[in-house]
Design a protein around this ligand. Sequence first.
Ligand code: MSP
Length: 513
Amino acid sequence: MANTKFYVTTPIYYVNAAPHIGHAYTTLLADVLARYHRQQGIPTFFLTGTDEHGQKVQRAAEQQSMTPQQQADQTVGRFQELWQKLSISNDDFIRTTQSRHTRVVQQILQNLFDHGEIYRAEYDGGYCVPCELFFTGRERSGGACRECGRSLEPIRESNYFFRMSAYQAWLIAYIHEHPTFIQPDFRRNETLGFLQQPLNDLCISRPKSRLSWGIELPFDRDFVTYVWFDALVNYISAIGYLADEARFQRWWPASCHLIGKDILTTHTVYWPTMLKAMNLPMPETIFAHGWWLIDDSKMSKSRGNVVNPMELADRYGVDAFRYFLMAEMTLGQDCNFSEQAFIRRYNADLANNLGNLLSRVMKLITSYCQGQVPAATTEVTGEDEQLLRQAVLNAVTRMEECLNQMRLDLGLAAVIGAIREANRYLEKRQPWTLAKQAKADELNTVLYYAIETLRLVSGLLSPIMPAKMMELRQALGFSDGPETQLVFSQLQTWGATAPGQKIGAMISLFPRI
Ligand code: MSP
């Protein structure tokens, strides 16, 4: 199943404020996963977008004296610009105000209503606007939101409810039977813990008198749809549910919904029960990552500690920024962001390690081989060559394993380790001395091994740093485009670089900061 296609999604972002590094992270992660799958020749669909309805957006618009649609139109541009800047390769971008989405939401609601899955009742509880969550009974009693701890706004209004409670027993069993459904494991346990208490039915509407910014209920024009019920549907409306059956069947179920840990319940409880009521298969995996923190606390606009990804990418380069976010965070856990950590890692991994290997190799080839890739000679390959070759091929295997386990940080560490081996190898073999001693066969072999290392590691790093790795390969004279050069199968064979290939002009790939 996993090998026939890959459909990956990000949460769709609220358009109440500009994107920050937390949003950038989820989208980058999805991009990297999509690129690795494409590299392996797996048909891939990568979806992102914006969540434009609801109280939060309506309030932000009021504060700016704009209509919610104006607010959405303005902010969506900030997201789209950022994704372009960060080389995000999404296949589609869905906005929940688009008619291709609103139509599907309405039809789903009508179908569920017709099947008795939706009923009307009095709602008496609390609401958290920042999280757009309802709380009743036991859940409300603390007076604070389960997710963010902020105080709830009391609401008492007639509303429509989805019979979510009817699916509680089914959901618990499903989660137990499908251990990879919710990942990491401790998040699965969190959801199971939540499900130990009786599950309420889900309030899925807001009276227009209270909130007008939403999708009208098809069976009662005095109401709009609750924003989470609307938003979750994006994962199927974007791929043609109820509109283009063949396309929908092509991509659904999603291979991976990437989310932040704060939206675990909506994705692992609301969404599966909605799908079950619609008779649709479950996504394969819902993966929750941790938060980027600043000095151990969450970034937020009100605390004024948000990190602007646009600025960082401008200052240090897009690919270095992409690399840092992927290498620094252990997927699933929280991670502190600091510019010092960024600079430290950049200098250690990119400038002093990878960049250094490239410039050494280019200088040596220019000085001793007339700028042409030399050929290795079997007679002079010894233990050092074997070790380097093994280290690099191990990194290829390790990266593949780590991707399957969603441990990108470890995969990248293996690749960086292989580059370090290559630098050590050059120091040990001393090609500059071999040149003085006129040991041409040995010199050529050493340089070939170093180039071959660069070919393979650039392939492995290309989904993370697409532009920089392209530059690197061009500098080494690989003329074929990214698609042909980077097929994963070519990363599993040693010796594919053609001797005689002319290298380009010297470049400084990652200047030291
Ligand atoms: N609109 C909903 C999602 C609907 S999906 C059907 C939403 N939007 S959001 O804009 O508030 O957040 C989107 C994502 O950004 C969430 O996954 C959230 O966890 C993530 N992040 C927000 N701040 C974050 C950090 N500081 N660090 C990492 N990710 C964080 O929720």
